[in-house]
Structures are given as structure tokens and as C-alpha cells.
Design a protein around this ligand. Structure first.
Ligand SMILES: Nc1ncnc2c1ncn2[C@@H]1O[C@H](COP(=O)(O)OP(=O)(O)OP(=O)(O)O)[C@@H](O)[C@H]1O
Ligand SMILES: Cc1cn([C@H]2C[C@H](O)[C@@H](COP(=O)(O)O)O2)c(=O)[nH]c1=O
Length: 213
């Protein structure tokens, strides 16, 4: 059996990653593919517990390096317990955020350095990188507006950062995408949802078919 396909979804807050990922999961399942939908930080109990510590609004004193290490720890456990076994079973893994979030948020927006955070994460991922990353590009002001008007979505510690922080996040993603150009596919996430879903769906299905041939 061949290894599965690891696809990650990235972008600033409120870009629509989670919504599109779930819709895509349904489409792929209906076609007959085996799909695992998961997220970072989280996806399994230990990593969900770490998520609670990182995103808790009361933890305002958290140091930037501590934050980066906690994301990496959650990542490691999630990879070992869920992502790698699924890939070994030949499944398509759709993951809401991965290492690029650490590079953009902690590396660039927090100012820890993209290279430092990348190096530190090598210990956690031990060479496991996504086959494809869909980047949902959006003006952070519009993304945050979407987050704040969604009553079901609890506002977390990272959402509460200044707009300037979220603009740095977007800038960080632009830098990362130049570095890993071949892995990224960019979607204009300011478009209506059905267009965003359709564009993503077309790219992902094309990618899977190329890989499976
Ligand atoms: N293209 C779109 N047009 C308008 N609203 C959208 C669009 N995509 C998503 N939304 C809405 O925006 C809100 C945020 O979407 P979603 O939670 O999927 O974003 P996200 O990128 O996963 O955000 P975060 O990373 O902050 O959790 C939701 O209420 C969702 O219904
Ligand atoms: C994986 C990862 C995430 N973050 C940030 C990005 C978001 O602000 C939150 C996660 O919340 P979401 O609603 O699930 O998108 O965490 C980060 O800063 N660094 C990371 O590595």
C-alpha cells in the first residue's frame, strides 16, 4: 500500500480554513477516498489539553518561546498518534494548520525568527512535511471581522492580539510561501464561500489524482 497524502490548510484568523476543510472532507468521502480530518493544536486528547493551555485568555504572561515550544509539543504528539498512522494506512489527511502556522505566528509575528522556529520544529516533525498546503489569503481585518461575528466561535488568546500582529502573520506567510513555493497553492479567501470551496476542491482532487497515478 502506498503512503497517504498529507494536506494542510493555512492562513490568518477567519480566512475560512475550517469551514472549507470540512466541506472538502465530505466531498472526498463521497467520491470514495478515505479521509482523516484533524487540526492543530489539538486533534488528540494530549494535544487538545496543550491547546487549552496555549489559547486560554487568562495566560497573558506566556513567553513567546514557551508558546512556540508548546505548539511544537502538541504537534509531535499529534503526528505520532494520529497523522503518521493514518498516512501509513494510505489515508488522505486534511489538517487545519501545521508547521507554517508556527513559522508565521511565532517565527515572524512574535519576532522569534522564522529560521529559529523552523529549526526547533525539526525535532518535533522529524522530516514529516505536508505534500500540499492550501493557503487561504485574506486581509486580517476582514478575517477578524468574520471571527467576531461568528457567535459559535469562542475568541481565544491569539485572536485578541492587535491587528498589527495579525498583519505580521500574513506577512510571515508571504515570506514562507516564497521559501516553500512548490508546496503551496494560494486561494483568495475573500471570495464568496462557494467559490473558495470550489477552487480548493478542484486543486485538491487534481493533486490526489496526480499522486495516485
Ligand atoms: N468565503 C467566506 N465568505 C464569508 N464568510 C465566510 C467565508 N468563509 C468562512 N466564512 C465564515 O467566517 C467565519 C470563520 O470561518 P472559519 O472558522 O472557517 O475560519 P478559520 O480560517 O478556520 O478561522 P480560525 O483559524 O481563526 O479558526 C465563519 O463564521 C464562517 O462561516
Ligand atoms: C498550529 C499553530 C496555531 N497557532 C495559532 C493560530 C490561531 O490563532 C490558534 C489556533 O486557533 P484556530 O481557531 O484553531 O485556528 O493558534 C500558532 O500561533 N502557532 C501554531 O503553530
Amino acid at each position: 500500500m502506498s503512503r497517504g497524502i498529507f494536506i494542510t490548510f493555512e492562513g490568518p484568523e477567519g480566512a475560512g480554513k475550517t469551514t472549507v476543510l470540512h466541506k472538502l472532507g465530505e466531498v472526498l468521502t463521497d467520491i470514495g477516498y478515505q479521509v482523516v480530518i484533524t487540526r492543530e493544536p489539538g486533534g488528540i486528547p494530549i494535544s487538545e489539553q496543550i491547546r487549552e493551555v496555549i489559547l486560554n485568555k487568562d495566560n497573558t504572561v506566556m513567553d513567546g518561546r514557551t508558546e512556540a515550544l508548546l505548539y511544537a509539543a502538541a504537534r509531535r504528539q499529534h503526528l505520532v498518534e494520529k497523522v503518521m498512522p493514518a498516512l501509513d494506512r494510505g489515508v488522505i489527511v486534511l489538517c487545519d494548520r501545521f508547521i507554517d502556522s508556527s513559522l508565521a505566528y511565532q517565527g515572524h509575528a512574535r519576532g522569534l525568527s522564522i529560521d529559529e522556529v523552523y529549526k526547533m520544529n525539526q525535532f518535533a516533525i522529524a522530516g514529516v512535511m505536508p505534500d500540499l498546503t492550501i493557503y487561504f489569503d485574506i486581509d486580517p481585518a476582514l478575517g477578524l471581522q468574520r471571527v467576531h461575528s461568528n457567535q459559535e466561535r469562542e475568541v481565544n488568546r491569539l485572536d485578541m492580539e492587535e491587528l498589527q500582529f495579525h498583519e505580521k502573520v500574513r506577512e510571515g506567510y508571504q515570506i514562507i510561501m516564497e521559501r516553500f513555493r512548490e508546496r503551496f497553492y494560494i486561494v483568495d479567501a475573500a471570495q464568496p464561500l462557494d467559490i473558495v470551496v470550489d477552487t480548493t476542491k478542484r486543486k485538491v482532487i487534481e493533486f490526489i489524482k496526480e499522486r495516485i497515478q
